[in-house]
Design a protein around this ligand. Structure first.
Ligand code: ADP
Ligand code: MG
Length: 486
């Protein structure tokens, strides 16, 4: 199917073309016809599935382009407001539509001016409620969208939302989008939507199959080592590491920086300017590792994140879904890697069950395994490198004093040093130990084995390695000496 089948106006088809979209995504295929019919709708689909265009395109199609604030989109955060308005601007500009963003922390007057000029506004709940309550603006949107409704709930915006709707015209088309559908969101939908149609992207589609989900079992004190080893091994182009607390974000960023990575940290109480700057550097690839808390990374839309690391497993399933949704976007492949301690295995089980997904247990590669991979990558690189005139000159100069084999050895020593893998030989638990722990966790839950779907049964390469000493380490993490002997 193509976008042609929706019979959009030429200006809109042009914009879709310019955006490089060729085929509508599943949530777009299902939602667009319903919205074009003028019906209210509630849509559930995971992040990165193209929900913005799912409501943006049909709304822009139906807008007359003359009325001011003909469409209102409410989103939970400032970052999202900017992202969504960028995307809507892209689709609307060929039709001459103006878009404005409305959020807290900036001057009221300038925003009010822009709102009065705009056809579409994208707003966060707090500031929007202020403006409506104080009668600084009076808007009559025909189209109202509540985007990322579950996030709004998580962030405690439910009352603001309900209040905002008291100021909006009854005669409107209302759409609601959410990655998950908790009960309170369903209740809210009953209040603000009128006979809504629902679009649910089915479970298998919703669990983004472009994301490989893996977990590694480590002792608590091994997390830093495990992270470094995995990053060394997987060599991500761009990755996000999620932490639970701001304090952890700060500590881990200094640590990763000290290990030579280009790192940026993002957490909730950073200044807006600084946040925007940080996100931009990450998008542009100036920063390779992004370390963030859940709240800070809400809605973050960076398309080519290759890996998401959960430094700790998040407590709730929804936050897991949101975190891993930062990778595998727009049809790219991604990997989501979670570090867990043995007593967090039950959280894995719970999340798998809640989300309807499977995480595969893996063993952290040994120093030697990573070294072999890096060495063979280096050999390939050497073979494929083209000789340059300046390189030839350099060897000629060296040959005055040193024989050619020694020169080769010296050069090899220099490049080899670059790929030397540091750290302990073995980090984390082996496959057999993980299986035992999973079994034990299952038994603890009173024989709840219905949900074991053979996860963890994959026999990784390192399945039979000796891992003496882990049993002690796991408990208290006191005995580092054991580790070094194994
Ligand atoms: P969601 O709101 O579901 O998290 P977004 O609307 O932010 O997802 O879309 C994620 C990314 O996918 C954006 O960069 C968007 O431009 C892109 N995208 C959306 N629809 C399509 C499509 N049909 N073809 C290609 N890319 C798309
Ligand atoms: Mg979205």
């Amino acid at each position: 199917m193509t976008f042609k089948e929706f019979n959009f106006k030429d200006t809109l088809n042009q914009a879709i073309n310019d955006a490089g979209f060729t085929e509508p995504s599943p949530v777009q295929k299902d939602s667009i016809p319903i919205i074009l019919e003028g019906l209210d709708m509630i849509g559930q689909a995971q992040t990165g599935t193209g929900k913005t265009a799912a409501f943006g395109l049909p709304i822009i199609q139906m807008m007359d382009g003359k009325s001011k604030v003909e469409a209102l989109v409410i989103v939970p955060t400032r970052e999202l407001a900017m992202q969504v308005s960028d995307e809507l601007f892209r689709f609307g500009k060929t039709a001459g539509l103006k878009t404005a963003t409305v959020y807290g922390g900036t001057s009221y007057n300038r925003q009010i001016d822009r709102i009065e000029q705009a056809n579409i506004i994208v707003a966060t709940p707090g500031r929007l409620q202020d403006l409506l309550k104080s009668k600084k603006i009076d808007i009559k949107p025909k189209f109202v969208v509540l985007d990322e409704a579950d996030e709004m709930l998580d962030m405690g915006f439910l009352d603001e939302i309900k209040n905002i709707f008291t100021y909006l015209p009854k005669d409107r088309q209302t759409l609601m989008f959410s990655a998950t559908m908790p009960k309170q969101i369903k209740l809210l939908a009953q209040q603000i939507l009128n006979n809504p149609k629902s679009v649910t992207i089915t479970k298998s589609e919703r669990t983004n199959t472009d994301i490989a989900q893996k977990f590694y079992v480590v002792a608590d004190y091994e997390r830093d080592d495990a992270l470094l080893r995995l990053i060394d091994y997987k060599n991500p182009s761009k990755c996000i590491i999620f932490c639970r607390m701001k304090k952890e974000v700060d500590r881990l960023s200094s640590y990763m920086t000290s290990q030579g990575f280009k790192v940026a940290a993002l957490h909730g109480d950073m200044e807006q300017k600084q946040r925007e700057h940080t996100i931009r550097s990450f998008k542009q690839g100036l920063v390779e590792i992004f370390i963030a808390t859940d709240v800070a990374a809400r809605g973050l839309d960076v398309n080519d994140v290759s890996h998401v690391f959960n430094y700790h497993i998040p407590f709730d399933s929804e936050s897991y879904v949101h975190r891993i949704g930062r990778t595998g976007r727009a049809g790219n492949k991604g990997e989501a890697i979670t570090l867990v301690s043995p007593n967090e295995l039950r959280t894995i089980k719970r999340i798998e069950k809640d989300v309807g997904t499977t995480m595969v247990s893996k063993v952290i590669p040994t120093r030697q395994e990573v070294q072999s991979k890096k060495d063979s990558d280096l050999l390939n690189k050497i073979i494929q490198t083209e000789v340059t005139p300046s390189a030839i000159d350099m060897v000629k100069t060296l040959q005055h004093d040193i024989d050619i084999v020694t020169i080769a050895h010296l050069l090899a020593a220099i490049v080899k040093k670059e790929v030397d893998v540091k750290g302990k030989d073995i980090i984390g638990l082996g496959q057999e130990e993980i299986e035992k722990l999973i079994q034990r966790a299952k038994n603890q839950r009173g024989g709840d084995s219905r949900n074991s779907r053979g996860r963890g049964r994959n026999r990784g390469r390192g399945g039979n390695r000796r891992r003496d000493g882990h049993r002690n380490n796991r408990r208290g993490g006191r005995d580092n000496r054991n580790r070094d002997r194994s």
